[in-house]
Design a protein around this ligand. Structure first.
Ligand SMILES: [Zn+2]
Length: 448
């Protein structure tokens, strides 16, 4: 008799809100829900699929609360450049020429497969042609908040002024209705979206019961621009538009004043911290202590692979913690337990999904990962939680279960033909490189 998936043995971190690692007996997922959590080992029911977790730690799946998944096709295309040059010479021209439904499908599939193998079970994505991102994500088997990008400047899927409305409506109508997908909207930023666009997008998102995302105060320069345009700082500007609140997610929040942090806290607006992207683009360091002391919920995000350049949330936990210690001069800043909560339960909270995911709890959805602790770089083990943040890597994830389905088993992704995917990406990279007059390596390796 098959009752679903049975996990047996090892250690478990069930609730990141009060993180404690304890010996694990038996956990059972039936359908897409957890029906038994850390019961005694002798209560193990019969199943076709029993996963032996000896030497491993079971924990909630990681939540990558901000990325632009399709941009993995531009990974490493140009680095170590000033932001303007990076954007205008490489990213924007490549996007203008190549971003189309097939680009978004392929890039999102590449990213979703990478994220699955690294223990990310849910991601929040913002880009163009987002029906294609939803399709790729469903095929890989990840949970995703799929947000259609909105800008006032011409973009590949909305080239005419004001056509964002039509595009957003079309996306909301076409986005596949699937257990794994939450459709959403994504205003790029207060400097690339007018007050009218923000308000229109917010109303459309509210009517669809969808969250609205935006990059907010990523660089000091954009803060100055908003102040000179509107006479107030970006968060004050958004408050004036009636945008702040639990249905809105502010990404980055690097350059916030004390009063802006108060506004985020009072309104219950969640923030996504993307430390590696902020460091790589030299944007600055968000004041996490200021936000946390006010009770703002902070999630973690990788941002797109073009500015990271991978989608490993274990690295992001480590970078968040090390960055906080460096900028505060306090080694106690952002401890391992806080980083783990940000990468799991707080990520789910910011995305409005915490009633269903973010912890391993009876009745919640079956989204969990099994991390192999029996690795040289994780030996010995005094504190498994310290290891998760300061020593482990995405490649230490051994099994991944999303919505009650096994997506990664023994470090192999079950939903994707890796060779075929890589060959398709190499072929696309060759086209992109040719247009820019640069080289892409590895085209045509292996069988297709
Ligand atoms: Zn971003």
């Amino acid at each position: 008799m098959n009752i679903g998936i049975v996990l047996a043995g090892g250690l478990i971190l069930a609730d990141p809100a009060s993180p404690e690692v304890v010996p694990h007996g038996t956990t059972v997922i039936s359908g897409n829900r957890l029906v038994l959590v850390n019961a005694p080992i002798h209560s193990q029911p019969p199943s076709d699929l029993v996963i032996d977790c000896s030497g491993c730690l079971i924990m909630p799946g990681l939540v990558n609360a901000h990325t632009h998944a399709a941009m993995s096709l531009l990974r490493g295309i140009a680095d170590d450049l000033p932001l303007d040059e990076w954007l205008n010479k490489y990213i924007f021209p490549s996007e203008a020429k190549h971003v189309a439904p097939d680009f978004v499908y392929l890039g999102t599939k590449l990213s979703a497969a990478e994220m699955a193998l690294g223990g990310i079970t849910t991601f929040a994505d913002g880009y163009f042609y987002m029906e294609e991102a939803a399709r790729a994500s469903i095929e890989v088997g990840l949970r995703a908040v799929i947000a259609q990008g909105i800008l006032d400047v011409p973009v590949p899927d909305a080239p005419l002024p004001g056509s964002w409305r039509e595009r957003a409506r079309a996306f909301l109508a076409a986005c596949p209705a699937d257990d794994l997908i939450t459709p959403a909207l994504f205003c790029h930023s207060p400097y690339l979206c007018s007050p009218e666009t923000f308000q229109g997008a917010y109303e459309m998102a509210r009517a669809a019961h969808s969250p609205l995302f935006s990059h907010v105060s990523e660089t000091a320069r954009e803060v100055q621009e908003i102040k000179s345009r509107y006479g107030v700082s970006p968060v004050e500007h958004l408050r004036g538009l009636g945008i702040l609140g639990e249905a809105f997610v502010a990404i980055h929040g690097v350059h916030l004043s004390e009063s802006e942090m108060d506004l985020l806290a009072e309104s219950g607006t969640g923030v996504v911290h993307c430390p590696e992207s902020n460091m790589k683009l030299s944007s600055g360091a968000a004041d996490l202590r200021g936000l946390q002391s006010r009770g703002v919920t902070i999630a973690l995000g990788t941002d797109g692979a073009a500015s990271n350049n991978n989608l490993d949330l274990f690295e992001e936990m480590r970078s968040a913690s090390l960055m906080a210690k460096l900028v505060t001069g306090d080694p106690e800043a952002l401890d391992a337990r806080t980083a783990i909560r940000m990468a799991t339960l707080d990520g789910a909270r910011v995305l409005g999904l915490d009633a269903q995911i973010g912890s391993i709890e009876l009745g919640k959805l079956g989204d969990l990962i099994v991390v192999d602790l029996d690795r040289l770089h994780l030996t010995p083990v005094y504190d498994p939680l310290s290891h998760l943040v300061y020593a482990a890597k995405g490649s230490d994830v051994r099994h991944v279960i999303v919505n009650g389905k096994l997506v990664v088993h023994d470090r192999c992704i079950l939903t994707v033909d890796e060779r075929k995917l890589k060959n398709a990406v190499h072929a696309k990279a060759d086209e992109i490189a040719e247009d820019l007059g640069i080289t892409a390596y590895g085209v045509g390796t292996g069988d297709d």
